[in-house]
Structures are given as structure tokens and as C-alpha cells.
Design a protein around this ligand. Sequence first.
Ligand code: SF4
Length: 306
Amino acid sequence: MERQSELTEKILKLKKQRNAVILAHNYELGETQDIADFVGDSLDLSQKAAKTDADVIVFCGVHFMAETASILSPQKTVLLPDEHAGCPMANMITAPQLREKKKEYPGATVVCYVNSSAAVKAESFICCTSANAVGVVESVDADEIIFVPDQYLGHYLSTKTSKKMILWPGFCPTHARIMPEYIIKLRQEYPEAKVVVHPECRPDVIALADQVLSTSGMIEFAQREDVKEVIVGTEMGLIYRLRKENPGKKFIPVSEQAICPNMKLITLEKVLWSLEEMKPVIKVPENIRLKAKAAVDRMLAVGRSA
Ligand code: SF4
């Protein structure tokens, strides 16, 4: 505890000197969430940081998130406190692979989940988040959609739209560890609880949920007065925030295995070192940034939670 408060003090002092803003994704360690200026999902955080007059963004998250911050704030220095914090799902597709897929389906339009590299975004027509994906897909003026990289989110969308969805076989290993039997067992144990799951979960898990929600959707759902007990089907880090913001309510993780090791790479020590040394810097090259930003802007024009 002493270590933590000492580190926090040093970080806050340096943050001020560097004119930095600290962002933490909902899946980060609790101690990291506690020192952040903003906690949220990746796009929301990048948008908030862009609106600040900070010179430096410290992104406590994974690589594609820091890239998104760089896409929206090219004039700011973006730091990712551990350069090895990548997203295995985002890494399941590269820009050359997507170019090949586009050649295979020349009439299709590419929609990419925001959990993708800047290079993949640059090859896509429009981005989406898990909160606005249905609206984004519906907004596209094409009958055929190549959806990358998450096959499970893509499958969920295919149940909500009449468009032909061509799915890339990517997936989030953390959400894929959530099994239907965990939900069946917890429902017996907590018969009054509502079950919410993230659309990155497998279809047989989604089929068992009361609500399929993004992390921001889960946060809003938890605040509802009629909601007292929730079985939460997403990465464990969100439980910390849900409990902190809703004392007196019960949040039951679907599985203690649902931990993203990449998100947990960021520690207070690394945040401090990163601010001290002003590295590792994540900077998206301008030619890629402009194309990726066009895909993000098209999504924002449709609406964030369309
Ligand atoms: S939870 Fe899944 S999608 Fe999110 S960073 Fe980890 S591996 Fe990627």
C-alpha cells in the first residue's frame, strides 16, 4: 500500500510536469484505473484525450488503443507503458491479408472492429465499436460486408442484420475462454441475477445471456435501479469498476479465467518509467493515419452508439 501511494505520488507529480493525461481501459488493473484521468473503452478514451490540451497521452491499454489515440491526436505524444502489450485478436489480421480478402470479394465493403491495427483500419471503409456495430453495418450502402477481425462479434451482427457477412476467423482468446456451462451453473446459484455478456463471446454463450452489451453498455446497465445482481461475461477488470461505482450491488464474474494478460502488463511502475523516459512512443505514420482516420470519422458520422 505504501509502495502504491509512493508510486502514485511520483506519477501525479510527473504527469503535471509533462502536461500528460492518463487513460486506462476498463480491463486494466484496479491500481492503474485508480490513477487514470479517464477510465473507459478505447474509442471513448481516445476521444476524451483528443479534447484535452495535454501534450502527452499515457495509454494504459494495448497497442491498437494507443494507435487510435495517435490517429485522433497526431500532435500529442502517445506513450504505451509496455510496448509488448498487444491484442492477440487485433494481431490475427494484417493489412496485406485484408487486401487479399478484398480482391476475393470485390463487391463487398470492409467494416472493421476498432480492435484492429491502424494499418487494417486504413484498409477498411468504416470502423465500429461493440456498442455501435449494428448501426454501422446497417448504415453501409452494400449488401456484402467483410467484417474483421472478430468472427464472434461478426456472427452476432449477422443475427441482427440482413446483410451478407463475410467473417474473418479472428477472436479474442480471453472472451473465448468463457464457456456456456459457466453461465448455466451460475444461473442456478444466483437465480435472481441478470446475465450480461460481451459480443466478443462465443455464440453459444451469447445465446444464454439476458443482454449482450459493450463494456460501456454494461456500466450503464449496472446503474439501473432495478438491477441488483449481475453475472458479468467479460474480462475481469470491469468487475473492479462495476463494484467501485455500485456499492451494495453484487457482480459475479462468469469466469475467473477471463483475464486478458496483455491488459495486465501495465503496472504503476511502468507508468512511472514511461513518464520518466518518455517512451515507448506509439506514432502512426501520416499516410496510414489519414486513411485510418477516414474510417473512424465515417463511424462517428453514423453515431457512436448507433
Ligand atoms: S480482452 Fe481480448 S480483445 Fe481485449 S485486448 Fe485482450 S485479447 Fe484483445
